[in-house]
Design a protein around this ligand. Structure first.
Ligand code: GDP
Ligand code: MG
Length: 443
């Protein structure tokens, strides 16, 4: 449904892939692609504008520019904001303290109310072990009652109907009574729709609402109708007050802009998505999954990773050369430190690495944020010359550095020693690797 956005972004990322750093201009280009893709996906233009501004605010700041992987961070921000746009967390269906939970299904004709009523009944029984009663309150559309009854038979679930000569208000209220008698814990009221939002429709729905005091008023909207879906949602919400949205036909050839705009415009969460005509093709709506789907996250992320690997490889080669010649400086050291830092809190990072969370001992021994902070402070207290040429270090310089970094001379000495050890070790390792490459290889 959202190939546009994923493709567009991937194109940009492909171009960035070979480069060492991603510039502010690259970020701007990415945002341009995001904007175009969203507009193409028929997202409300006001929503797009707000969205882009929020992403830019977060992404084009220092935070990203300093980082070694701005592309990745931009994607992350876009993903988070997409998710936020669609409601952030998953919104669950209401569950009344005192059963039955009364749910009104509303929407235009053909949106998928009747189908969704049966789907929701099925979902509630299968996933939540509930016993819903469906109520046929659409007395206008020919065969609407029969349609719901047939679905009920298919599911072997009860449908309450009083034919088409009783008012929908009475049908709804008697259905609730019936549910109490029969101990049904949900009542799903399938109401009538019109081709357009009109006063008669709203009057009737308002009367039902007043009579049965529903816990949920779910608007069923067709995702394929794009901007219309947003307008429909707006007027239903204004006149009736919605508690949630079921977005149907997301399986179709929809550009899906509705999914992105409905929540933003009406501030009503999307609770379910219809993914096909079959009775089990209703899914709880997960904003984070939808955001990933829109972004084509998997592919995009792997591309970014590749780009990142290229950058790191080049830099690693440079460093290796420096180490071989034993001219590693404290500037390089600081850069490395920042690389580690930019990836986030160390223990969090370690937790994400497979197997690392088990090695608690190692974790505690090696990852001490304050230790790293101290090291960084020491290096930053060095002069330019000292960083480039550690052999300049003497007693008075060490004293000055200790004072400047709020540490002790012992701390400074320890770091210098560690740094020299590291250089030695690196040298050994690189000569070992060279030897390995020349040899036939072990094992
Ligand atoms: P109502 O007038 O709002 O009650 O709409 P219906 O429930 O009668 O549905 C109208 C049409 O849309 C029917 O042909 C349904 O099979 C179809 N439909 C409903 N939901 C979905 C969906 O999620 N995906 C697809 N592909 N078709 C759907
Ligand atoms: Mg219907």
């Amino acid at each position: 449904a959202f190939e546009g956005l994923a493709e567009r972004l991937q194109g940009t990322l492909d171009r960035i892939k070979g480069r060492g750093k991603v510039s502010e201009a690259d970020v701007k280009e990415m945002m341009r692609e995001v904007r175009l893709a969203l507009l193409e996906a028929d997202v409300n233009f006001k929503v797009v504008k707000q969205f882009i501004n929020r992403v830019k605010e977060r992404a084009v700041g220092q935070e990203v520019m300093k980082s070694l992987t701005p592309g990745q961070q931009v994607i992350k921000v876009v993903n988070e904001e997409l998710q936020e746009l669609m409601g952030g967390e998953q919104s669950k269906i209401a569950h009344a303290q005192k059963p039955p939970t009364v749910v009104m299904m509303v929407g235009l004709q053909g949106a998928g109310k009747t189908t969704s009523t049966a789907k929701l009944a099925n979902h509630l029984r299968k996933k939540h072990n509930r016993q819903p009663l469906m109520a046929a309150a659409d007395i206008y559309r020919p065969a609407a009652i029969k349609q719901l009854e047939t679905l009920g038979e298919q599911l072997n679930m009860p449908v309450f109907s009083l034919g088409d000569q009783v008012s929908p208000v009475d049908i709804a209220s008697q259905a609730v009574d019936k549910a109490k008698e029969e101990h049904n814990d949900y009542v799903l009221i399938d109401t009538a729709g019109r081709l357009h939002v009109d006063e008669d429709l709203m009057d009737e729905l308002l009367q039902i609402k007043e009579k049965v005091n529903p816990d949920e008023i779910l608007l069923v909207v067709d995702a394929m109708t794009g901007q219309d879906a947003v307008n429909v949602a707006e007027s239903f919400n204004e006149q009736l007050g919605l508690t949630g949205v079921i977005l149907t036909k997301l399986d179709g050839d929809t550009r899906g802009g509705a999914a992105l705009s409905v929540k933003a415009v009406t501030d009503t969460p999307i609770k379910f998505a219809g993914m096909g005509e079959k009775i089990d093709q209703l899914e709880p709506f997960h904003p984070e999954r939808m955001a990933s789907r829109i972004l084509g996250m998997g592919d995009v992320l792997s591309l970014i990773e590749k780009a990142q690997t290229n950058v790191d490889e080049e830099r690693a080669k440079e460093l290796e050369k420096k180490m071989r010649n034993a001219d590693l400086t404290f500037d390089d050291f600081l850069e490395q430190l920042e690389q580690v830092r930019s990836m986030g809190p160390l223990d969090e990072l370690l937790n994400m690495m497979p197997g690392m969370n088990k090695m608690k001992g190692l974790k505690n021994a090696q990852v001490d944020e304050s230790q790293i902070g101290r090291v960084e402070a020491i290096v930053r207290s060095m002069t330019k010359d000292e960083k480039q040429n550690p052999s300049l270090m003497n007693a008075s310089r060490k004293r000055r550095i200790a004072k400047g970094s709020g540490t002790t001379i012992q701390d400074v000495n320890r770091l210098l020693k560690q740094f020299e050890d590291m250089k030695k070790m690196m040298k050994q390792m690189s000569s070992m690797q060279k030897g390995k490459k020349k040899g036939k290889g072990g094992f």
